[in-house]
Design a protein around this ligand. Structure first.
Ligand SMILES: NC(=O)c1ccc[n+]([C@@H]2O[C@H](COP(=O)([O-])OP(=O)(O)OC[C@H]3O[C@@H](n4cnc5c(N)ncnc54)[C@H](O)[C@@H]3O)[C@@H](O)[C@H]2O)c1
Length: 351
């Protein structure tokens, strides 16, 4: 951790591995807007990509080899964004040096790999965050806070729907897209105890996956994920019910809460139904991009990572959460194959 004497602020010296499509579109553009985030180096096997991102965002170091970058720059934290295999391999390289990571989802190709990252972080006395940006979307954060209130009461049920663009396999729908909504379900409703899932494949790239969840809290859940949309038109909704209270979240962007308070308004000879509460984040709050880096949580996850590196906040959306999501994916796969309800292994315990 370093204090930048020019600004007098605490700055986390963070390096980035991967300068490809997602990172360039949705991650790097946040860095200038995070006061605690100092980009010290960019590493990519493609040196030109690394040089370009470093130039765009003010990093002095340009590398094509991760170990050389870690030796040369000694960063306080490292962001990793590549294929699932690259996420796993590079995460291990960084964690074993005791350096915290932010790694895109999925953190590895399989559950074994995700568990290895948790183990490596524990052995090295460090930690990691996974790119579950939906936890940082303002609408979802406000709803999570509201769920703690007596007005929401006890969580009863969740329905989560996600329609994405085409994928060639059910596995890819699960590890690239469903993983986000699975993590969001855990964020709102806690650990999944058991589930029963069904899969249908109406076309080579069109897949549908439905699952019923029993949460450890006793609440219930439904997951409905399909790859029948286009990538320009991803659809997502979450419904949550408490006690006399319901919430609908649209696209992780706006939320409507109905609660017992002021639910009925008197009219002449009739009672007019009115919403008790409403909360909405307009797209304009993205601030600098119609892509909604703030609204969708990309700014929040990287800001949180930088502040966690500085020890100001505990990490959330951790490697343990990544492992838990991968275990739910395994259980969905097993249940879809056998038709049986499957118990989900507890998320935090590695063994
Ligand atoms: N959270 C989201 O909304 C979201 C959206 C899209 C993609 N993603 C995730 O982002 C990741 C894909 O990122 P991308 O689109 O930037 O991928 P990409 O394939 O475009 O880029 C990956 C880059 O990593 C580099 N690379 C590979 N191995 C390396 C190594 N050992 N050392 C250094 N560089 C290496 C490659 O040269 C490439 O430039 C996936 O994990 C995907 O699931 C997340």
């Amino acid at each position: 951790m370093a204090t930048n004497t020019k600004s007098g602020r605490d700055l986390a010296r963070i390096a980035f591995v991967g300068a490809g499509g997602h990172s360039s579109q949705s991650l790097y553009p946040n860095i200038p807007l995070i006061p605690e985030f100092e980009l010290v180096a960019v590493c990519d096997l493609d040196g030109e990509k690394a040089r370009q991102r470093a130039a765009d965002y003010g990093a002095a170091g340009v590398f094509t080899d991760v170990e050389a970058m870690l030796d040369g720059v000694k960063p306080d934290g490292v962001c990793i964004c590549g294929s699932p295999a690259m996420n796993h391999e590079v995460s291990l390289q960084v964690l074993t040096r005791g350096i915290p990571i932010f790694v895109e989802k999925p953190p590895a190709e399989d559950t074994q790999g995700a568990a290895e990252l948790v183990e490596a972080s524990k052995e090295a006395g460090t930690w990691g965050m996974v790119g579950f940006m939906k936890r940082f979307a303002p609408a979802n954060r406000i709803v999570r806070g509201f769920m703690n209130s007596p007005e929401f009461g006890q969580f009863t049920s969740l329905t989560a729907i996600h329609g994405c663009g085409h994928h060639e396999s059910v596995r890819n729908v699960l590890i690239f897209n469903a993983i986000h909504i699975i993590d969001l379900a855990r964020f709102f409703a806690g650990e999944v105890k058991a589930l029963q899932a069904y899969v249908c494949e109406p076309g080579p790239t069109r897949k549908a996956i439905c699952a019923n969840f029993r949460f450890q809290s006793g609440g219930l859940g439904q997951l409905n994920v399909n790859s029948g949309h286009t990538w320009q038109n991803i659809f997502e909704q979450v419904y949550l019910s408490g006690q006399e209270c319901g919430i609908v979240i649209d696209q992780s962007n706006s939320a409507r809460i109905t609660s017992p308070e002021a639910q009925f308004v008197s009219g002449q000879d009739q009672e007019l139904f009115a919403w008790g509460r409403s909360y909405s984040v307009p797209g304009a709050m993205s601030g600098w991009s119609a892509g909604g880096h703030y609204t969708r949580g990309y700014w929040g996850e990287l800001s949180h990572f930088a502040r966690s590196v500085l020890g100001k906040v505990p990490p959330v959306a951790t490697l343990e959460d990544g492992l838990a999501a991968m275990r739910i994916i395994d259980a969905i796969t097993e249940s879809a194959a056998t038709g049986a309800e499957v118990e989900v292994k507890a998320g935090v315990d590695v063994g």
